[in-house]
Design a protein around this ligand. Structure first.
Ligand code: FAD
Length: 382
């Protein structure tokens, strides 16, 4: 393990690996990524890996568009020897309340104004896209063809391999146990395998970001919440796009090898670091999805698992430095959509750390927005 680094990044998920790659690409040397298990062992490897540009706040639309444009040529940009498997089958998002339908009109107007070619559809048009959609109880839908799905393990590995080729030091099965702060400035990290001196630490620890904040004396305004997900046996191609509903709290998508992945956000999920699986999820998930997509009742389930959402009060991430500790940066609080933000996270965080003008204006995602009470709420989340 090296003894001194320019930047130490805590967390080997999509965020940590993308930040490392972008810093190295900009010429910074001695970048360390520390991961307590294996790469993508956190939320990244447990997620639905859905990619959408259909958001309800300008910031989330712009971050996801920047990332999605990158994913379209990521295999080449990252010179990846595998395939990140970017399938752009679209997202069909259905509304089932008048309030939601009204929100969809606003969302589509916002998205179109930012160059995202989403459309508001009536139910006949929605059925043309997913013929076996049960439209009973639904009002309308929105659709964007460029949304889709990626392989989260390959995508993380692609960033990690590219970072390693540029000289990154990636230490897996290594845990940060403390952060050294002197006179309000970052001075290093302590790990279970030795210490590293540095003036810059990035907290990209996903569901564990609150614990990392505690190490520098901060009580970050985030909490972790279990979210569950399941996968079916592989079947013939039946479902092109992701089908999603915010009011029914569910999403469902067929991945390239034929399995169907689905998840939902249950009320009353534990707000701690538990990632056990529960029967309640299985029952509610299968009940609601077979109502919306009835033929799925004949498909067998293979496996269910869970991961942590790292939630912020406004459902938007926290990016950038903190005022309280010099050299401490945050890339946390994705509230269930941080995988699709990976490329933008990497670029914007690298720019922020280097004091460059950021490609998107991320001041509004600074930690101090919570103190100032300047919150813009993202309405379109599961
Ligand atoms: P993580 O992937 O959680 O990585 C953080 C890493 O930090 C972990 O690997 C952890 O082991 C490591 N770590 C923590 N503490 C320490 C320490 N002390 N020392 C060393 N290492 C440490 N997002 C989407 O965009 N699309 C989706 O469809 C989607 N679906 C989801 C479905 C589920 C069920 C879940 C749980 C999440 C979903 N998300 C989705 C959210 C997405 O997974 C996360 O926002 C994203 O993966 C966050 O990436 P990250 O790299 O910031 O964090």
């Amino acid at each position: 393990m090296i003894k001194t680094a320019d930047v130490v990044i805590i967390g080997g998920g999509i965020s940590g690996c993308a930040i490392a790659y972008n810093l190295l690409k900009k010429g910074v040397r001695d970048i360390v990524v520390i991961e307590k298990a294996y790469l993508a062992s956190g939320a990244t490897g447990r997620c639905g890996a859905g990619i959408r540009q259909q958001w309800g706040t300008e910031m989330n639309c712009r971050i996801s568009k920047l990332s999605s444009d990158f994913f379209e040529h990521a295999n080449e940009e990252l010179a990846y020897e595998g395939d990140i498997e970017f399938k752009q089958g679209g997202y069909l998002i259905v509304s089932s309340t008048e309030k939601e339908h009204e929100q969809f009109k606003k969302n589509v107007a916002l998205q179109n104004s930012l160059g995202i070619q989403s459309k508001l559809l009536d139910l006949d048009e929605a059925k043309e896209i997913v013929p076996f959609l049960n439209t009973e109880g639904l009002i309308s839908a929105t659709f964007h063809q460029k949304d889709g799905h990626l392989n989260p393990f390959h995508t993380t590995q692609a960033f990690a391999n590219a970072a390693k080729r540029l000289g990154a030091h990636i230490y897996t099965y290594t845990e940060v146990i403390d952060i050294i702060v002197e006179e309000g400035k970052i001075r290093g990290v302590k790990t279970n395998k030795g210490d590293i001196s540095t003036n810059v630490v990035v907290n990209a620890a996903g569901g564990y970001s609150q614990l990392i904040g505690n190490m520098v004396g901060l009580d970050l305004p985030v909490y972790s919440e279990r979210h569950q997900i399941l996968v079916t046996e592989p079947v013939e191609p039946v479902l092109g796009p992701m089908v999603m509903s915010f009011s029914l709290n569910l999403y469902c998508q067929q991945v390239p090898h034929g399995s169907i992945i689905m998840g939902r956000g249950d009320e009353g999920e534990p707000r701690d670091l538990r990632i056990t699986s529960g029967w309640h999820f299985l029952e509610e998930m299968t009940k609601t999805i077979t109502k919306v997509l009835p033929p799925l009742k004949d498909v067998r389930l293979l496996r269910q698992w869970a991961g942590l959402y790292n939630m912020t009060p406004d459902r938007q991430p926290i990016y950038g430095p903190v005022d309280e500790v010099e050299g401490f940066y945050l890339a946390i609080g994705y509230s269930g959509h941080g995988f699709m933000f990976g490329p933008a996270t990497g670029l914007l965080m690298a720019e922020s750390i280097l004091g460059e003008e950021t490609t998107l204006p991320i001041d509004m995602l600074h930690l101090n927005r919570f103190k100032k009470g300047e919150l813009i709420f993202e309405p379109s989340v599961v």
